[in-house]
Each structure stands twice: as C-alpha cells, then as structure tokens.
Design a protein around this ligand. Structure first.
Ligand code: PA5
Length: 443
C-alpha cells in the first residue's frame, strides 16, 4: 500500500496539529460522501473505481485490441484532463526509449490537441504520412479549440490514407453522451464511442475511458490499474488516523495556513515527469480559486538539483516538498569500477545504481529540511499499473478533502474561460463582436 511519511514536516507542523484536523476531515469526507459540498454534480469520481465492472473493462480492451491490430501509431487528441492522466500512466509504465524500440509489439502512442503550435501539428502530420494510424478523440465538451483543430487535421489525413471505411474502425470518440461536436461527429460517422460520465470532471477522469482506452492501447494492464484504485478507494474512506490520503490533505492544509504556499512535487524517476503534470492540473485547477490555493510545482530529481536545487535549498521559504519515492526499480544495474578512477568514484563500484539514487534522495531530504523546507514522502513499492492506480486515487481523494478544508469548490474551473474569451474576441468569432471591439481598443 502507498505509504505516507510526515515525520519531516515536524519543524513546521506537528503530528498533533495534523491529527487535530480529524473532525474537520471527517466533515469533509461526509460532505463528499453525502454530496453536500460545492460542485456536488461532479462527485462521480468518488466511487468510480469500485463501480467499474469486468464487462466494461472487456469492452475497453476489445476496442484497444482493434486499434493495436490495425495501427502502427495511435494519436490521442485531448487537452488538460482529457490527456494528462493517460500520458502520465503511459509514460510511467513505458520503456524510457519506447519510441526508438520499434519492436512492432505496440503502436506508437502520440498526443495532440493539447497545443495550437503550427510546427507541432505540421511535424506530427508529416510523421504520420504513409503510416497506418488511428485517433482517439477525447473531449468532454466537444468544443475545445486545441482538440477540435487537431481532430480536423487527423480525421482528414486518416480517411485519406486509410480510406473512409477503415477510418471508421480506427477513429474512436470519448465524449459526452449527447452534447458537443465530438458526439455529433461520432454519431454521424458511425465511430465507436465511449461516454465520459456527466458527473466526472476532466481532471478526475483518468479511470474512465479517457485514460483507460489509451493506456490499454499502449499495452498496459488496466485491470491492475483499476484494482489499485479500488484498494485505495477503501483505505481513503477511513478516518484520518488510518487514511494516508486524508493525512496528506490535512498536512498540506496545515502547511498552507503556516505560509507554505507552494508545494513542489519531486520524483527520482524521470518516468514520473508526467505524473507530476497530471498532479499539477488536479490540484491547481481544483483549488486555485477565490484567491486561495497552494501553487503546485514540480521537479525531476536529481536532474533539477542542478538547476532548481539552489532555489529550493536557499530561496524564499514559502515552499514545502512532497517526494514520490519508488522503492524498487524494475531493473538491476551496478555502479561500474574503473581502473583509472579519475572521477574518484570507485568507492561506489559494485553498489546498485538505485542505492546511490536512494542516498541522493535521503541526502536531499535532510538538506532541504535543514534549509527550512518541510518534506512529505509518499512511497510506492514499484512503478507498475497497480501502484499507479493507488497513487491516482490517493491524490484524487486528498484533493477532494483538501478543497473542502480550504473552502473552495474543487470541481469547477471558471478561471479557464478568461483566455478563451479573449482569444475568440481577438480572432473575431461570430457572437463576440462587442468583446472584439473592447479588446482591440486595449491593444
Ligand atoms: O479538468 C478539466 O475539466 C479540464 O482540464 C478539461 O479536461 C480540459 O479543458 C479539456 O476539456 P474537454 O474535455 O471538454 O475538451
């Protein structure tokens, strides 16, 4: 089970202070369970893992099998919650050099629809030229510009290259049951489609087909992913004393009230880079509102100790650090001996590389604590589907509880609309005439 260690927040926050939040955490849990919290239309994630059936997983796996059989590459088009979870899990479980392996075992998984870069889209469509490829078009609203733009390009290219009939087999839509362009298009073209439940918001949707289908197409075990989440769902429903997700929420909240406004999520496995991106969206979009919320930042270590390490050790003391530690690597490699020993590192010869990594982790933790940075440690046994499933639900539940403690609606994102309104006004979208005049007057 995912382990949480709060001992190293002690200089700033005591165990008694965290435990003292038991009653408020219980209230938060109750509000989530009984649907009495703000945003209660979006609580479908809460018991999502335990509601997933074997039949549903079989349906997802069957569609994944078709894509795996028909395609050399599959493009996942989506942005924010409609891609980050899949990207995070696929990257965490893949070989670090997956895209170079070219072993024909798995289709190459590519992502699009998460930016508006002309170069990115040109280079992507150029890479796909002549290839057998499929598209998973993911958009809950079905109106997101970034995703719609990529899908327009990819649909056309797929139909041209594979023929309209085959394209129907390899384009899959994951969207709302009734509304939006992605739904209309899927129904009109006869694409296989999956529904994103109304009551599950994008950033809580990785355990719906939004995440499960791309992860299954990449060849990973979605049964185990869901099993991990189911197990964590049980633990995360317990009272504070036995519930690591609630303890993490309570610790974050207490640190925040003591001026620790920035949380840095650190990993010592580069494969977890996108897990941090997913985590940043989950927490950032959920709690950053009403002029409140911890700013979620991230670093990959030890890499970033050589760039951000100075700031973390010695910069403004408004931060705390949360480390995801993977206890057991998948591979074994020993530090090599060298006859000349020019770098003076022969004292490490014969040690596991992971032992060196773990000592870097421990040394960094102690240094940062000495530098006034409270440290939370989350340990998972290994980087596999089961433990990632646990970690995903752990963070989701912690986020839900923390937002109740903060007093914000975890499940809306009104701030995201501001850029869209300006962009459409600047581009002269029909219906935005007044906004266009107003914004142009500012330029
Ligand atoms: O968490 C969220 O709700 C957002 O990040 C959305 O997932 C993102 O904006 C994409 O929206 P959509 O799936 O409607 O295209």
């Amino acid at each position: 089970m995912t382990k949480l260690d709060l001992a190293k927040i002690a200089p700033v926050v005591s165990a008694a202070e965290v435990n003292g939040l038991a009653a408020r955490v219980a209230e938060a849990q109750k509000a989530l369970e009984e649907g009495t919290c703000p945003g209660n239309d979006f609580l479908g994630w809460l018991h999502l893992p335990s509601s997933i059936t074997a039949d549903f997983l079989s349906e997802v796996k069957a569609v994944a099998a078709t894509l795996r059989q028909e395609c050399d590459a599959v493009v996942v088009a989506g942005i924010g919650g409609s891609y980050l979870g899949a990207k995070a899990v696929i990257e965490a479980l893949s070989n670090s050099f997956q895209w170079l392996l070219n072993d024909g075992k798995n289709p190459v998984i590519l992502f699009a629809g998460n930016n508006i870069s002309e170069d990115y889209l040109c280079e992507l469509t150029s890479y796909l030229k002549g290839k057998k490829f499929g598209v998973i078009n993911i958009s809950k609203s079905g109106t997101t510009t970034e995703t719609a733009l990529a899908f327009r390009l990819l649909k056309k290219q797929c139909e041209e290259q594979m023929g309209k009939e085959t394209a129907k087999k390899v384009i899959v839509a994951i969207t709302d049951a009734k509304r939006g362009a992605a739904r209309t298009c899927a129904d009109k073209e006869g694409y296989k489609s999956f529904i994103i439940p109304d009551n599950v918001g994008g950033r809580f949707s990785v355990l719906t087909p939004v995440g499960l289908l791309p992860i299954a197409v990449a060849g990973f075990d979605i049964d185990q992913l869901v099993k991990g989440a189911q197990d964590m769902e049980k633990t995360a429903a317990l009272p504070l004393a036995e519930n690591p997700a609630a303890q993490y929420a309570a610790a974050r909240y207490t640190l925040y009230t003591k001026g620790k406004k920035i949380e840095i999520l650190a990993n010592y496995q580069p494969k977890l880079h996108f897990m941090a991106e997913w985590w940043k969206q989950l927490f950032g979009e959920s709690e950053g509102k009403d002029k409140k919320g911890i700013y979620p930042a991230s670093v990959d270590l030890t890499t970033d100790l050589h760039s951000m390490g100075q700031w973390i050790q010695d910069g403004e003391r408004t931060i705390f650090e949360t480390v995801i530690s993977v206890e057991n690597p998948e591979h074994k490699m020993l530090f090599p001996s060298d006859e000349e020993n020019l770098d003076g590192l022969n004292f490490l010869a014969g040690k596991r590389v992971d032992e060196v990594n773990k000592m870097a982790e421990l040394g960094t933790q102690l240094a940062h604590v000495d530098g006034g940075v409270p440290n939370i440690r989350i340990a998972i046994e290994r980087l596999d589907a089961y433990h990632l499933g646990q970690l995903i639900y752990f963070f989701e539940k912690a986020c839900g509880i923390h937002c109740q403690l903060l007093g914000v609606n975890a499940f809306n994102q009104p701030g995201v609309e501001a850029y869209k309104k300006n962009m459409f006004a600047l581009l002269g979208k029909p219906g935005y005439e007044q906004e266009t005049l107003t914004i142009k007057a500012r330029l």
